[in-house]
Design a protein around this ligand. Structure first.
Ligand code: SF4
Length: 345
């Protein structure tokens, strides 16, 4: 592994200062910055508007720790899963989900995960490290390229729903989103980005204070503390009361509706009482519910609830004027569906 500094850890100002300190013009820093972010250069050699000497000087001082798509798998439904190798040989996964009108990238924010959701394959990989902003950015660029190549259109949406808890890597996720939305990066609208969290109250409040413009989704899965703690043990620390209070704070500050991601499992949260608790939770701030189809990951402890239970949920939510969508999973045949990312490819 190289000991040289990753050039993408430098801000534009720092790059400009570097060139001045080396007897060159500050605008050289702007040129390099454009190559690194807007043009996603993976090598100094391609920076053809710089002299050979400048390129050699950069290569002498820095590296570009870009990702590499090691394995790309395509599902029969069009979904693509990338196994992405990082500069230190660790691997994360990201997914391209195409529909007739949009292409969504589901990206990872950590290698493994420090949380321990019982139904999630990623939870079995211990958290090894946080991803750097450029590693998150690169996943998006890779999927944008695939979208153009295979679907003839650019990437339209991004969800932070891959490996890891994005709010446990908040600063880097924010820096990556800054680059993704900046005209000097990919220039995407923040409204097309959803950060999906299992619910870290303190960080939800911080996001609200930081006046972020992207959307928020919460993997709720139960609005009953006892049940939520049994399937998402960290709920014992971040209780539903704290979560609810943080979400109210979020809405007051941002006026941005919250999406609850929710899986209905057989024998776990499939009763009318569970649906009523969800309705009560939804009342605290404007929200919508995505009921997500479950993808079994092991011996069958968690099983998708019967259609009758899903219908009971949708009827209960609709009766209470809460917008609900039933989401079918994509990419199941390549282990790319929600909760299945575990570096198996
Ligand atoms: S569901 Fe998300 S937060 Fe929970 S263990 Fe899996 S990756 Fe981590």
């Amino acid at each position: 592994m190289s000991t040289k500094k990753d050039i993408r850890a430098l801000t534009k100002e720092q790059l400009r200062d570097f060139f001045v300190a080396n007897g060159d013009k500050a605008f050289r820093g702007n040129q390099v910055y454009e190559w690194l972010w807007q043009k996603s250069a993976h090598s100094f050699d391609v920076m053809t508007n710089l002299s050979k000497e400048t390129r050699e000087m950069l290569a002498h001082n820095f590296v570009i720790n870009h990702i590499k798509v090691d394995v790309m798998q395509r599902s029969s439904d069009g979904t693509i899963k990338n196994a992405v190798r990082l500069h230190d040989d660790l691997v994360v996964e990201s997914v391209l989900i195409p529909t007739s009108t949009r292409t969504t990238a589901c990206v990872s924010s950590q290698v493994g995960c420090s949380l321990d959701c019982r139904f999630c394959a990623t939870a079995r990989l211990k958290r090894m490290r946080n991803l750097n902003p450029d590693e998150i950015y690169d996943q998006v660029v890779a999927i944008d390229n695939e979208s153009r190549l295979y679907f003839d259109r650019p990437l339209s949406n991004i969800v932070f729903m891959g490996m890891g808890e994005p709010l446990m890597n908040y600063n880097n996720v924010l820096k990556a989103i800054d680059k993704i939305t900046s005209p000097e990066g990919l220039g995407m609208s923040p409204k097309r980005i959803i950060v999906s969290t299992s619910g870290v109250p303190k960080m939800i409040k911080k996001m609200a204070d930081d006046n972020v413009k992207f959307k928020l989704a919460v993997s709720l899965h139960s609005a009953v503390d006892e049940i939520r703690t049994s399937i998402m043990p960290f709920n014992a620390t971040f209780s539903l009361t704290d979560l609810r209070e943080a979400l109210q704070y979020w809405y007051e500050k941002t006026k941005s509706r919250i999406t609850y991601e929710y899986v209905v499992w057989k024998g776990i949260n499939d009763t009318q009482k569970d649906a009523d608790a969800l309705v009560a939770f939804c009342r605290f701030a404007p929200s919508k519910v995505n009921l997500i189809e479950y993808n079994p990951i092991d011996d069958g402890t968690f099983q998708q609830a019967a259609q009758k239970a899903i219908s009971m949920y949708t009827e209960t939510l609709e009766r209470n004027n809460i917008v609900v969508t039933v989401r079918r999973s994509r990419g199941k045949d390549i282990d790319a569906a929600c909760g299945q990312l575990a570096n198996k490819s």
